[in-house]
Design a protein around this ligand. Structure first.
Ligand SMILES: Nc1nc2c(c(=O)[nH]1)N[C@H]1C(S)=C(S)[C@@H](COP(=O)(O)OP(=O)(O)OC[C@H]3O[C@@H](n4cnc5c(N)ncnc54)[C@H](O)[C@@H]3O)O[C@H]1N2
Ligand code: MOO
Ligand SMILES: [Mg+2]
Length: 397
């Protein structure tokens, strides 16, 4: 038996090394960047007018000039015009290059124009106003993005602006989800009175999909020989296998011994936690990682969120900040194990307040629909006060 902390440390020592792949920008959202992205030009690439109005030479204003003959219009997308006389001005549009010879933009609202002469109608004009200067956001060749970043729409914009129609991202691992159990039938089957429909595998595949990992799904019986034959092939063909069921003390819980017979070395079996105590974790010499999660549905689900997801993210170099929430009401829990309390978290004036809805044990997965995640209550404590802050493992959003 290991603690949650030991289990976490051992899992995070067994990261896999992802391959990289080049994907179109349109598919980049949510993927993890695998290359450094530098500015290919200054950002912005030229002195850019930020208001529609007129561009003047400030010195003329400073010397008392208020009326300016207009030489023409500098539209966005046109090469820079040049002012021929400091007492003149250009009309200039937002997004246009500042005409050379000018250094200040006065917006239309502060100007009146008649007979091609603009008169400034406000009392103050600052030198350089309403200009977004070349290179003021980033210089050419400046590092903008680093590997390990989960690409949001904001970075998609940046990638587009530096001319990246394709981007290098970390490829997801080849992943297989395997549920086990003779009592379980498929979703589209009608269970006999002693059977139940299997759900864990579907939940795991969906949870992986949310992380851009497409996993195969299979179901195996509680039969040592079948498990051995099928798991051998799955371990060979994948980087990570996530099993559910067959890891506890039952007469038909063959998963750990079968995995070891296939050369998957046990890193731990059993964690001092609830739910999910019978969790088994191992890796093969060939760098294959196996999470054998306890079959009770809430245990399977919790172990994925608490262990598999961080393993995957860290393998991709993602530095995910831990989340915390405030226990909203007192709670007590007796055995000295880490307790993952089901909670519904609400943001109350900027504080994430966690309201327990513990449910009816680790078989009660219907209750997961009421909650937003798990609060990790440490094994050192049995009484937990309202207002105490604990790690929080959300599974929504
Ligand atoms: N003598 C002991 N018995 C048990 C212990 C123990 O320490 N000593 N631990 C209990 C705990 S905690 C858990 S969790 C379960 C884990 O058992 P297994 O990993 O061996 O899982 P199974 O026995 O195969 O199944 C348990 C339970 O979950 C249901 N299940 C499994 N897979 C699915 C699925 N894909 N979809 C829906 N439901 C599933 C299964 O029908 C069982 O009801 O062991 C305790 N026993
Ligand atoms: O993990 Mo078990 O599900 O604690 O009951
Ligand atoms: Mg069992």
């Amino acid at each position: 038996m290991v603690t949650v902390q030991d289990a976490t440390a051992r899992i995070l020592q067994a990261l896999y090394t992802p391959r990289t792949e080049s994907i179109p920008l349109a598919q980049a959202h949510g993927r993890v960047l695998a290359e450094e992205i530098a500015a290919d030009r200054d950002l912005p690439p030229f002195d850019r007018a930020t208001m529609d109005g007129i561009a003047i030479a400030y010195q003329a204003w400073h010397e008392g000039r208020r009326t300016f003959s207009l030489e023409g219009t500098q539209a966005a997308g046109m090469p820079s015009h040049t002012l021929s006389h400091p007492a003149h001005a250009f009309e200039v549009m937002t997004g246009a290059v500042l005409p050379s010879g000018t250094d200040t933009v006065v917006r239309y609202e502060d100007v009146s124009i008649q007979d091609n002469v603009a008169t400034i109608t406000v009392a103050t004009v600052e030198r350089g106003q309403s200009i977004h200067y070349q290179g003021s956001d980033a210089r050419r060749e400046a590092l903008l993005l680093e590997p390990g970043l989960v690409l949001s729409p904001a970075e998609v914009a940046l990638l587009a602006s530096v001319g990246k129609p394709f981007v290098s991202v970390f490829a997801p691992p080849r992943a297989a989800v395997v549920s086990t159990g003779d009592e379980l039938v498929d979703v589209d089957e009608t269970p006999l009175p002693h059977q139940v429909r299997r759900s864990n595998g579907h939940a795991l595949v969906a949870a992986l999909e949310a992380l851009h990992v497409t996993a195969s799904l299979s179901h195996l019986p509680d039969d040592k020989d079948v498990l051995q034959a099928k798991l051998r092939g799955l371990v060979e063909a994948n980087d990570v296998i996530i099993l559910s069921g067959g890891v506890s003390k039952g007469k038909f819980d063959f998963v750990p011994e079968v995995l070891e017979s296939l050369g998957v070395v046990k890193h731990f079996h059993q964690v001092s936690q609830r739910p999910g105590k019978p969790f088994w974790f191992g890796a093969s010499a060939g760098g294959k990682t196996v999470f054998a999660l306890p079959g009770n549905p809430v245990s399977t689900f919790l172990c994925f969120q608490r262990y598999v997801k961080p393993w995957l993210l860290q393998s991709l170099g993602v530095q995910a900040a831990p989340a915390y929430a405030v226990l909203a009401v007192p709670f007590s829990f007796q055995p000295r194990v880490t307790y993952f309390l089901r909670v519904s978290v609400r943001n109350e004036q900027g504080r994430l307040m966690a309201y327990p809805d513990a449910g009816g044990g680790s078989g009660d997965f219907a209750n997961l629909k009421n909650v937003t995640g798990f609060l990790e209550l440490p094994l050192e404590q049995t009484q937990f006060q309202a207002g105490e802050v604990f790690p929080y493992w959300p599974f929504r959003g």
